[in-house]
Design a protein around this ligand. Structure first.
Ligand SMILES: Cc1ncc(COP(=O)(O)O)c(C=O)c1O
Length: 361
C-alpha cells in the first residue's frame, strides 16, 4: 500500500486498493474451500454465487430490470464489434453507425464485413474532436440498430445525451465509461464493455441485451457467436473468465458501498473539473483538444506547446509517481485517464504536479 503509485493508464487501469486487499486476503483459501478462486470450478456453488451477485449488482446499480439479459463473456469488446452485426444485422436491413473515433471506426469495419452499413453521423471532418448533435444525424427509420461509442477513449470525447432513434434499437460500446455516472441505461437495447477500465481487470466483457432485441436475432449461427447460446446457459456454456468476474464483483460491491452511481458520478465530476480547470486557466500551456460540449469525464486529452515538453512531462510525472499520462500512440500529446478507481486525491496531486511543471517550464 505504502509504495503504490498513481496509475493513469487508459486500461487496464487502476483498481480500488480495498478490492486488491480483499483479493489478496481471499487468494489462498477462498471462503474456507481450501482452494483459491483461481482454482475454482465454474460449475461450483461458490462460482455460481459470484456470477449471480455480479449480475444482480449490475442490474441494481444501472437500474435495469428483468427485461435485460446480462452476460459475461471473453474476447474483449473488440469481439462484440463482429458479434453484433452477426446476430442483429438481418437480411434486407442496414446497420447504422456513428463514427466518433478509432473504436467506432473499428466497429464499422467489422459490420461492413457482415452486411450493409450506413453512417448516421461522423465527427471525422474535424479529427473526431466533437460529438455530433441530434440535428446532424441522418437516421433511417428501418435500420436494424444504431451503434454509438459512448466515450472515445483515445480522442477524449463523450456523449452527454444520446441520440433519439424513434424506435431503432440503440446499441452502445460503453467500454470506457460504463457505471461511471448515473444515466438512463434503459434507453439502450444493448450495452457492452470490457471490464478493464471502470469495473475490474481485463478478461471479461459485459454484454447487456434487452430481451426484446433477441426477437430480431439471426438464426443458425456458429455456437459461440450466437448470443442465444450464452443466454440459455447463463454465460456458462463454456469456461468463463472466473477470476476476472470475481474481481469485477468486488469492484461492483465497492461502488455500491460508496453510494452507487450517483456517488461515483459526483466524484468523477469533481475529478474532471480539476483537470479541465487547469486547461481553462492556462489555455496557452495546457491546450485541450476537444470541443467543450463534448469533453470526456474519463479521458482528458491535451497538447503542450511542444512535443519535447510533452515528453518531458511524461518523464517527470513518472519520477514523481504518476504513470500512464502519455497520449495514445496514434494521436500523441497527453491523456489523463481517470476511471472509477482513480481517487480524487490522485487527481488533485497530478493537477498540482502539472501546474508546477508549467511554472518550471
Ligand atoms: C471504447 C472502446 N471500445 C473498445 C475497446 C476494445 O476493448 P478490448 O481491448 O476489450 O477489445 C476499447 C479499448 O480500449 C475502447 O476504449
Amino acid at each position: 500500500m505504502t509504495n503504490r503509485i498513481y496509475n493513469f493508464n487508459p486500461g487496464p487501469s487502476t483498481l480500488p486498493v480495498e478490492v486488491l486487499d480483499i483479493i489478496q486476503k481471499e487468494l489462498l483459501n477462498y471462503k474456507n474451500t481450501g482452494i483459491s478462486i483461481l482454482e475454482t470450478s465454474h460449475r461450483s456453488p461458490e462460482y455460481e454465487e459470484v456470477n449471480n451477485t455480479a449480475i444482480s449488482l449490475l442490474k441494481e446499480l444501472m437500474c435495469l430490470g428483468d427485461e435485460y439479459h446480462i452476460l459475461f463473456v471473453g474476447g474483449g469488446a473488440s469481439t462484440q464489434f463482429s458479434h453484433i452485426p452477426i446476430n442483429f444485422l438481418t437480411d434486407g436491413k442496414n446497420a447504422a453507425y456513428i463514427d466518433t473515433g478509432i473504436w467506432s471506426t473499428k466497429a464499422i469495419l467489422e459490420a461492413e464485413k457482415i452486411g450493409e452499413v450506413t453512417i448516421a453521423g461522423s465527427s471525422k471532418d474535424l479529427g473526431y474532436t466533437y460529438i455530433p448533435c441530434q440535428e446532424e444525424l441522418k437516421l433511417l427509420p428501418d435500420s436494424a440498430y444504431l451503434h454509438v461509442t459512448s466515450n472515445n477513449t483515445i480522442k477524449g470525447t463523450q456523449w452527454h445525451s444520446f441520440p433519439v432513434t424513434n424506435g431503432v434499437p440503440l446499441i452502445c460500446d460503453m467500454s470506457s465509461d460504463i457505471c461511471s455516472r448515473e444515466i438512463e441505461y434503459s434507453q439502450f437495447a444493448m450495452i457492452y464493455a470490457g471490464a478493464q477500465k471502470n469495473l475490474g481487470p481485463s478478461g471479461v466483457t459485459i454484454v447487456i441485451i434487452r430481451k426484446e432485441l433477441m426477437n430480431q436475432c439471426n438464426e443458425n449461427l456458429p455456437t459461440m457467436f450466437d448470443y442465444q447460446t450464452h443466454i440459455k446457459k447463463s454465460s456458462l456454456y463454456n469456461t468463463p473468465p472466473v477470476f476476472s468476474i470475481y474481481s469485477m464483483k468486488l469492484v461492483l460491491e465497492w461502488i455500491k458501498k460508496l453510494g452507487g452511481l450517483q456517488a461515483i458520478g459526483k466524484i468523477n465530476q469533481s475529478k474532471k473539473d480539476i483537470i479541465y480547470n487547469l486547461i481553462d486557466t492556462f489555455p496557452d500551456f495546457f491546450r485541450g483538444t476537444v470541443r467543450n460540449d463534448s469533453r470526456s469525464w474519463m479521458n482528458i486529452t491535451l497538447r503542450l506547446p511542444s512535443e519535447e515538453l510533452e515528453q518531458r512531462l511524461v518523464v517527470k510525472a513518472k519520477e514523481a509517481g504518476f504513470i500512464g499520462l502519455k497520449g495514445h500512440r496514434s494521436v500523441g500529446g497527453i491523456r489523463v485517464s481517470m476511471y472509477n478507481a482513480m481517487s480524487l486525491e490522485g487527481v488533485q496531486k497530478v493537477a498540482e504536479f502539472m501546474e508546477n511543471f508549467k511554472n518550471n517550464n
